[in-house]
Design a protein. Structure first.
Length: 478
């Protein structure tokens, strides 16, 4: 038996994030669970049921290839299904496995672990030991007496339905429903122990089995026990003859614990998808605000649109960013009573506001219809926008300072190097070979200018009369 279907999208890697939660579930699910690397088909994880089934400690399994653990013969049978999983498809099959403890019938399920790029990174393996169930099915084909002898020893509930009444149940079946065997046979109508919403489907399945329309059925439904507890059961049923009349014979398994585990896994998977969506939102917004090639209006509009898509119900989520007296929002923004908002702070002062609204009512969560993680996301986005603005202001201030420094430096002219100067008249030779007065050369090659005067020594030598008048005492000494 095999089932194959195409997979368009897979959940994010469940081994990332809250690993302890995953391990707790994996260790208590009554199934063989493993994770195999796609590159080399080596085990990266196995639960305790897996190691117990193959009678090997997990340390001896993890890191080994699949063929080394399940055996060459089992591996050859499984290889086409493994290759199908590596191509991105969910596959399953049933086969008899030969292990050190003997032959066991397993239902093997392979689910590919696909990343965002569509690459298969690994394979989730879920094996269900069908050995006891197969034995029960085979026992049902025996004579009525042999069936009764075997059914009393079965680990599954066994029943016979005829005329909408239980004609036979074993002890396990009675315990599942919270009754004694004698309280059920011929006394309890099927409709009275089936969950009302599930009864029409169960009734139709019983009809199809008795009429021979279907040879066998496998389905799940809810029951109501004697003490009014609701449980989930899984049944395998087929048509038989009981007391010379058509009847339905089947096995019943209490799968309440399994359903709870499946629900927990599904919730964890959905939560993980939401967290990944939120991280992608923060990454996208951080990329948007870093861009200097797009105007501020487009930056805020893109941020509003990206944030609205990260919420749990993006189809009814709208967003508006208010900044410096301007509003930037998604096209269909409308303020409603289902609102989250957060201030955008720049240097300790409010510079804007982000508002996120639902257009329709949703179930109450952490903050109205919003999740606690969505409040954290909104806070992170507001902080990111504020810090981005602070960075831009700092960059603008830096550019302004650099411009001012460059402008100041452009006005500074300096003289450097060796200057050829006449030792007598003190003229300087310029680059073209002309001799110039020293003050002319300095004026032309710097920002300096000159005012002319005469020093006392030159005045005494060139203008003695003037020097006597200006410095009589000094002249007498000299």
């Amino acid at each position: 038996m095999e089932e194959t279907e195409s997979v368009n999208a897979q959940p994010e890697d469940l081994l990332q994030g809250s690993e302890n939660f995953f391990y707790l579930i994996a260790e208590h699910v009554p199934a063989l669970i493993a994770y195999v690397d796609a590159e080399d088909l080596r085990y990266r994880f196995v639960n305790k049921h897996y190691e117990e089934f193959f009678e090997k400690p997990r340390e001896a399994i993890i890191g080994k290839q699949v063929r080394e653990t399940i055996g060459e013969e089992n591996y050859r049978f499984a290889l086409p299904y493994i290759e199908s999983a590596l191509s991105g498809k969910v596959t399953s099959y049933e086969n008899i496995f030969v292990t050190p403890r003997g032959k066991s019938w397993l239902k093997v399920n392979y689910a590919p672990d696909v990343d965002k790029s569509g690459t298969v990174k690994g394979i989730f393996v879920l094996n269900v030991d069908m050995t006891e169930h197969k034995r029960a099915e085979k026992a049902l084909q025996e004579s009525e007496q042999k069936f009764k002898d075997l059914s009393e020893k079965s680990i599954a509930g066994v029943y016979v339905i005829q005329d909408d009444t239980l004609k036979y149940v074993n002890l396990i079946f009675a315990r599942i429903f919270g009754y004694e065997v004698d309280e059920m046979i011929g006394k309890v109508a099927i409709e009275d122990v089936i969950f009302p919403e599930d009864w029409p489907a169960v009734k139709e399945n019983v009809r199809k089995s008795i009429s021979g329309e279907l040879e066998s059925l496998h389905y799940e439904f809810r029951i109501i026990t004697k003490n009014k507890e609701v449980k989930n059961v899984e049944v395998y049923s087929s048509r038989t003859i009981y007391g010379a009349k058509p009847a339905v014979i089947g096995t019943c398994l209490d799968i309440t614990t399994r359903k709870q585990a499946e629900a927990a896994i599904e919730k964890y998977s959905n939560d993980l998808k939401e967290r990944v969506k939120e991280l992608n939102c923060l990454y996208s917004i951080s990329e948007i605000v870093r861009r200097n090639d797009i105007p501020r209006k487009k930056v805020f509009q893109e941020c509003a649109l990206t944030l609205s898509r990260a919420y749990l119900f993006p189809e009814i989520t709208v967003c508006r960013i208010t900044w410096d007296g301007h509003e930037y929002s998604t096209k269909n923004f409308k303020k409603t009573k289902w609102l989250q908002n957060h201030a955008i702070m720049v240097h300790g002062e409010q510079a804007g506001t982000i508002e996120v609204c639902y257009l329709e009512e949703r179930q109450e969560e952490y903050e109205g219809p919003f999740l606690a993680e969505e409040r954290q996301l909104l806070s992170s986005v507001a902080d990111l926008l504020g810090r981005s603005e602070e960075r831009k202001q700092a960059e603008e201030e830096r550019e302004k300072l650099i411009s001012e420094l460059q402008e100041a430096l452009a006005k500074v002219r300096t003289l450097s190097g060796m200057l050829p100067i006449c030792s007598s008249c003190k003229k300087i030779r310029d680059d073209k070979g002309y001799w110039e007065q020293i003050e002319v050369y300095i004026r032309d090659h710097s920002e300096a200018d000159f005012s002319h005067g005469i020093c006392p020594d030159c005045a005494r030598m060139l203008y003695p009369d003037y020097y006597k008048t200006m410095f009589p005492g000094d002249y007498e000494k000299k």
